[in-house]
Design a protein around this ligand. Sequence first.
Ligand code: NAD
Length: 384
Amino acid sequence: MVFNLPRILIPIEAALGETRVAATPETVKKLISIGFKVSIQQGAGALAGFLDDSYFNAGADSFSDAGEDSYQNVDLVLCVNSPSEDFLSKLKPRTLLVGLLAPYGNQTLANNLEKGELSALSLELLPRISRAQAADALSSQANIAGYKAVLLGASALDRYFPMLMTAAGTVQPAKVVVLGAGVAGLQAVATAKRLGAVVYVSDIRPAVKEQVESLGGRFIEPPEVKDEPSGSAVYANQVSQAFLASQRKQLVSQLAEADVAICTAQVPGKKAPRLIDEEMLDQMRVGAVVVDLAVAQGGNCEGTRPGETILRKGVKLIGASDLPCTIPNHASSLYARNLFALISPLINDGHLVLDAEDELIKGALISKDGLIRQNQLMNSGGLN
Ligand code: NAD
């Protein structure tokens, strides 16, 4: 598949609460140096601290959407979230869309791509191979979420994190329990340790034990349930209800002593495992805090709601669904570099060549010229 004289459009993100942008002046300069033209929608980077002039100084031009023609000159759209149906309907066939497109169960997106005969790469689906690391937007954003979750927990807590020896006596360190030791969880462990907390960690993949311990965390071994698969070295499998029940039983005493619980346990494309139920919350001390990063996937903790902080019998439940948006400058800088790493190998002699057989592209390609390649995943009817 070949694109001529590729022009990239960087749109304003329309999703409510979104503050990030898909390109920065740094990546615009680099994109232009390898043969792209870049157009920026007015104010696209403003919420992330990148003003229009900084993009123009880097060589971008201003995108005017006054005439339909302007969309017809675009070959590639770099975005954070998928643009609206109206936006997509203005693009010419074969335009390539690249972003965090939330593909699981996203029938609407599949229909729009099909209707507009668009191609699309969804960063959530990049295979986790070493060649893809520089483009791994899930990791760059999860890292931010893990860090910020601990800061939120610490500032909502009614206690210190570190152990302190003061003239008025000794203050014991906070106990933090991290559920899920993927990218966000490990960053949460590192951040909580830096603040001086004692950190306990639960994950069902035994492979992460060493990583947890190397950061100074204490690993809670998963319960032994016969024939229960724990998943690959990279992703967990969805576990049975019986397994989750024994896991919750195991966590009761840990949570009863916890000051802060950081919930990051997830299984790609599935509902997040329920690791804290009402009874466990009843055991937590007044003043304790739960920060649930999995809230948008149904939540690891009963009762959390996206974007809300709920006081439940003295325990604060924070539904932290959009933490990367709270650090938009660095979140955008890293995300924009992820996109550059993915896109830059695709340009050849001024042409953008999308090799659908390349392992990296193949994994992330959800639509090629409107032909949906991940029908099962996109039409699955959502998380279950
Ligand atoms: P994720 O967001 O899908 O899940 C977060 C964590 O939740 C995982 O560690 C998972 O095992 C855990 N989990 C699932 N069910 C659980 C349960 N019932 N109880 C407790 N924990 C549960 O995963 P992620 O953070 O995106 O990444 C997962 C792994 O991939 C990490 O170990 C990371 O180091 C690795 N990774 C590899 C590459 C690469 O090789 N290129 C790139 C990025 C990440």
